[in-house]
Structure formats: structure tokens, C-alpha cells
Unconditional design. Structure first.
Ligand code: LLP
Length: 418
């Protein structure tokens, strides 16, 4: 079942007409499908059901409190990368016992608070961080459970900005050093080596990089067993790609056939940290055409959503399908447009040279596959307020984040007389 479907020429999110949402909440607005979130989560969980597993939703992808609560209620844990994300999980669920905390630059206070709150495990990315974690745990007289994030040096064949498991990337620790650090940690009184971690990149659409990385990791896992370092879980990270345009993402069959046997052989509990594959196609961004402008070489559709609302096209040249969803779209033929935002940057666009039904001022466009790294990467650039988020479940509409107002925008600022 698709979350966003046309009935006649109207786009629906579940049973609610998207133009009605745009009218009620104004544009731009992020719209999510509850069913799509829970389905994608369960489908991934099902692919891994033949191994003991814990699916830790990657909070950075789309971090609204209602979404975190929903994931928690269906048994999910969380991959977090800052104390802010930890506090989000805590605020939404009151339970951080299934949180794993990654990130190369965790500060002392972040480690301490996470330990105090009782997270599951830390994903440690350097020797100095390991020492810092031991120090924090000692102060609290608590054991800190950790996994080392290994940089397995594989090419995930994705955009260079979202590739994380190659030697030249800042993430993780190389295999040789990791082995030494695991051994060293056995003598660090307040640490407990509980897992091993990798995350090789994002929007990965073939299983091969996972297979290559898991094979490398398996070797280290067996070396650790032989060296009496008794780890219990293997966190394989996130990264599963989705369809934005015509990609062929990794299917459940590929996972079951190629990956599961290797994972079973490790004998470990498997953790996953999916973000995009849960949220990506569970959300859209609705925006309105403010003006149409033509010059001798181009048509511009100037819309009310900018790079501050959806950064991916500007930052990664990412492709998002755009649909015109105002009734009767397409009846007057099509034209090519640069769909651009109101921000004062030439790089502020949602699509370039895109064929769309002839557009008019006031038309509503739906920017598809915007659920992952959409709202969560939005900003106040150009002093624009961040947009509302709406969740649809069946025929019910829930406002899960209000539109920001001017007071939000200037909160904390002071007018100092110099
Ligand atoms: N685990 C770790 C340690 C991560 O760094 C990430 C994403 C994930 C899990 C989730 O990965 P996913 O399943 O979503 O691929 N802003 C970029 C994506 C950056 C990904 C950062 N790390 C984008 O818009 O494409």
C-alpha cells in the first residue's frame, strides 16, 4: 500500500486530500503518513527476523516527538548523535534504555548525561573518546557499555557527502587499532565492551558494500572471540536506500539471501540504525507557486518553500519528484521549469529544468520523498520561520509541530546598546 496516492487527479495522504491539508495549515507544510512509517519499520524488522535484532530508528532523520513515540510504541530503539536527540527520545517516551549513541565529537557532559539516564550503549569513535567514557563512568561509579565504530574501508557507492565507511572519512576506527582498543578496554574498570558497530553510508542501493563490510567485520569479531573479548551485538548501521526517482533499492530478498547468513554466523544480536528507509517515503513537502517568471532561456516557478525548508537539492543536488496536485494539472500540456525558492541564493532550488504540467500562480506542488532529512535539516536562514508538520492516520489529521512564529525566531536574542 502506498502512503501517497492519486484518487482521480487529487493526491491523498492515506485518506486525506493533500490540497485540503495545504488549505488548512498553509504552505509550506510537511505531511507524514503514519501507516507508511510503521509499515516500513515492520518490513525491515521482518527481513531480519531470523536473527535476534533491535531496530534503532535514526533520530536525526526526522525527529518529531510524535514520530519518536510512535516508533517506541512499536518496539523500536533509537540511534542518537547528540544530547539533544537523547533528550528528545526521553521527552517523547521517558525511556532511553534502547538508545545507542554515535558521533565523533561527543562532549564530556553528553556522555555523562547519557550514562546517568541509562542508555543501552555508546558507539565510540576514537581512543580518546574511549578514555573519556571511562572517566565519566568512573565519576558516576557506573559501567558504560560500548561498541567501537569500525571504519571497514568499503566504498558504499553513494554520494560523496553521505559516504562514511571509507578510510578518508572521519568516522570510526580502523580494524587493527580497534582490536588493540578492545583488548585495552578489558583493563579499563568502568567499561564493558558489549558490541561492534559500522555505518558505511547512506542511500545505498546495492547489497554488495554491506556484504563486503560484514565479511571484514566478521573476521574482527572472530579475532575478538579468540582473544576473549565477549561482545554481544553487531550494529550494522543504517544506509538502506529508497526510491527517489528510478533507483532500485535493496530488497528484502537480497537481505535474506546475502546478508542474513553472514550475520547468523557471527552468533551476535544484530542492531540496525535505519533512518531514510523508514522516513523517506513517509513524508512530502507541500508548497505553493507564488509567481511564474520567464526569461529568454528559462521558466522559473517561484515557490514558497526554499532551501531552508528542504536543503537536499541544494546541498547534494538531490533529486525529489515534484507533482502538481492542483485539480486539472496537465490539461494544458507541459513546460520545463526551474522550481526555485524565495531565498537569496542562486543555489536555492528544489528542481532544475524539470518537466511539469503548465503551472499557474497559486498551484500546489508536492515535493515527494521528503520525510528523511527534510524538516530535520531545515533552518531559519533568511529569517524564515520553520514550517508546520502534520501527521495523517487514516482520515485523521494531527498537527505534530506548529509553524514557528516571529517570537520563536528571535528567542534568546538581545538588543545590546554598544
Ligand atoms: N547511523 C549513523 C551512525 C548515521 O550516521 C546515520 C546517518 C544513520 C544511522 C542513518 O542512515 P540512513 O538509514 O538514513 O541512511 N543528510 C543526508 C544523509 C546523512 C546521513 C547521516 N547519517 C541526506 O539528506 O541524504
Amino acid at each position: 500500500m502506498q502512503a501517497f496516492t492519486f484518487k482521480g487527479d487529487s493526491l491523498y495522504c492515506e485518506d486525506v486530500k493533500c490540497t485540503d491539508i495545504a488549505e488548512k495549515y498553509g504552505t509550506p507544510v510537511y505531511v507524514y503518513s503514519h501507516g507508511s512509517f510503521t509499515r516500513s519499520f515492520s518490513e525491515l524488522q521482518k527481513s531480519f527476523s531470523s536473527v535476534p535484532n533491535l531496530v534503532c530508528y535514526s533520530v536525526k532523520t526526522c525527529s518529531n516527538l510524535s514520530i519518536l513515540k510512535m516508533i517506541h510504541d512499536i518496539g523500536g530503539g533509537f540511534d542518537i548523535v547528540s544530547i539533544g536527540e537523547l533528550r528528545r527520545v526521553f521527552a517523547a517516551t521517558g525511556d532511553v534504555s534502547k538508545c545507542v549513541f554515535a558521533g565523533v565529537g561527543k562532549r564530556e557532559y553528553e556522555l555523562t548525561e547519557a550514562l546517568e539516564k541509562g542508555i543501552y550503549s555508546f558507539t565510540v569513535e576514537s581512543e580518546q573518546e574511549l578514555e573519556m567514557l571511562n572517566k565519566c563512568a568512573k565519576k558516576l561509579d557506573k559501567k558504560a557499555s560500548f561498541a567501537l565504530r569500525i571504519n571497514p574501508d568499503v566504498d558504499p557507492k553513494t554520494h560523496k557527502y553521505i559516504s562514511t565507511g571509507k578510510k578518508e572519512n572521519k568516522f570510526g576506527i580502523d580494524m587493527k587499532l580497534a582490536f588493540e582498543l578492545y583488548k585495552k578496554s578489558c583493563d579499563m574498570e568502568f567499561l564493558l565492551a558489549e558490541g561492534i558497530h559500522m555505518h558505511i553510508g547512506s542511500q545505498i542501493t546495492t547489497i554488495d558494500p554491506y556484504v563486503e563490510a560484514v565479511k571484514k567485520m566478521s573476521k574482527l569479531i572472530s579475532d575478538l572471540k579468540n582473544a576473549n573479548v565477549p561482545i554481544e551485538y553487531f550494529d550494522i548501521g543504517g544506509g538502506f536506500g529508497i526510491i527517489y526517482n528510478d533507483e532500485k533499492p535493496i530488497g528484502s530478498d537480497d537481505i535474506i539471501k546475502e546478508l542474513i547468513p553472514l550475520l547468523k554466523d557471527t552468533g551476535l544480536k544484530i542492531l540496525l540504525e535505519p533512518g531514510r528507509s523508514i522516513a523517506g517515503n513517509s513524508g512530502i513537502l507541500l508548497t505553493k507557486v507564488v509567481y511564474i517568471k520567464n526569461n529568454s532561456v528559462k521558466n522559473f516557478a517561484i515557490v514558497d518553500a526554499g532551501m531552508n525548508d528542504l536543503l537536499r537539492p541544494s546541498l547534494y543536488e538531490a533529486y525529489h519528484k515534484i507533482l502538481s496536485i492542483t485539480g486539472g494539472a496537465g490539461q494544458k500540456g507541459s513546460e520545463n521549469y526551474d522550481v526555485v525558492g524565495p531565498i537569496c541564493e542562486s543555489g536555492d532550488y528544489l528542481a532544475l529544468d524539470r518537466s511539469l504540467p503548465v503551472l499557474q500562480q497559486g498551484d500546489i506542488l508536492s515535493v515527494m520523498s521528503a520525510g528523511a532529512y527534510g524538516f530535520s535539516m531545515s533552518s531559519n536562514y533568511n529569517s524564515r520561520t520553520r514550517v508546520p508538520e502534520v501527521m495523517i492516520k487514516g482520515n485523521q489529521t494531527y498537527l505534530i509541530r506548529e509553524k514557528e512564529n516571529f517570537d520563536d525566531l528571535i528567542k534568546g536574542e538581545k538588543i545590546v546598546k554598544f
